[in-house]
Design a protein around this ligand. Sequence first.
Ligand SMILES: *Cc1c(COP(=O)(O)O)cnc(C)c1O
Length: 401
Amino acid sequence: MMQVPNVHDAESIPPAALEALQELMQSGDLFRYNSEDAPVSLLEQEFAELLGAKYALAVSSCSAALFLSLKALELPRDARVLIPGFTFAAVPSSIVHADCIPVLCEVGENYRIDMADFEAKLDGVQAVIISHMRGHTSDMDAIMSLCDAREIPVIEDAAHSLGTTWNGRNIGTIGKIGCFSFQSYKMINSGEGGILISDDADLVARAVIMSGAYEHTWKKHKGPRGDNSAELEQAFARWQNQLPLYNLRMSNLGAVVIRPQIPELARRVRDGLSNHDYVADRLNSSTPHIRVPDPLGPERRAPDSIQFNLVDMDEAETRAFADAAAARGVKVQVFGLSADNARAFWNWQFLPEQYDLPQTRAMLMKACDVRLPVRLTREELDVITDILLAAVTDVKARAAA
Ligand SMILES: *Cc1c(COP(=O)(O)O)cnc(C)c1O
């Protein structure tokens, strides 16, 4: 029998990164503002072009990008910011960091925002962060029309959604700002790193300055290629010396690791999606006890993991399922059952206001998470799928006995 594939190792970084790194070591120019056309500046231009945004700002993490987005929106202290109840703890944390108050709304069985609860909680909030959790895209058409009607700015937390599209549009370009992560578990990996994109020159100028563009270092930020950047320069002039500097910059070290991965993205997205859909089809058609929710119609995903719900299994059986899969070599994380899970909202005890979200809680108690790196082969995917199905049989055979 084939060995259980390793799902924890990242894909190796393209060799071009090593060459760029050697050049960088030679020059010693690790700081983004030391030179013209520094790797961080080139990354910003390439990333903006890739996604079809006017501006990009590379920073130290997606959390930093979310924090700067809230600051750049000029939200007052204690402004209320609506987020889904299913996201990573970094998201409410960035809101607390920005002196604002997270408001949580319910999420459905399909991991996407419950639009009725979203709408009910929208009045009274001053901004919205849509977390496309694990790449699952909520109904962006409905969200944008509700928010636009109230002139509430939308930040997209696309940390884990690089390469996902909605009606053919890149996720991260639909709201006013899009934030992405280059942390190792995301589609592009530099260990740590993040980037924000926007078409709003004034907002970007504020974010750039607050990210740590002191004195006139902002002059190294250019507009879209071929643009004379007049709009951006005027915005910088308006904000010079008006804003605190939080120093959340990206170093050139990160950028040289990220840039050679950009040409790999299309392949990673294609393979990730076909791997995911292959496993999803097998699971959905092989047992009534596992259900992989369908994407919404306009969504084309870019997954590097799979989430599914256990059906007709109580909490003891759910635990037994995860144990049986683990015994056979596949780690299944049930979001709501693993101790201190950072994606379970009841563990965000640092929030100024606590929430009881029964629907989201019920989902988290039966939603399973399995890593599915895009590099896996069909044979390796079959090994993982067979183990998941065998774990169901283990549990259900025991129940029948
Ligand atoms: C990873 C992740 C983040 C945080 O990204 P960092 O770069 O580690 O700060 C935020 N939101 C979601 C949905 C994520 O998956």
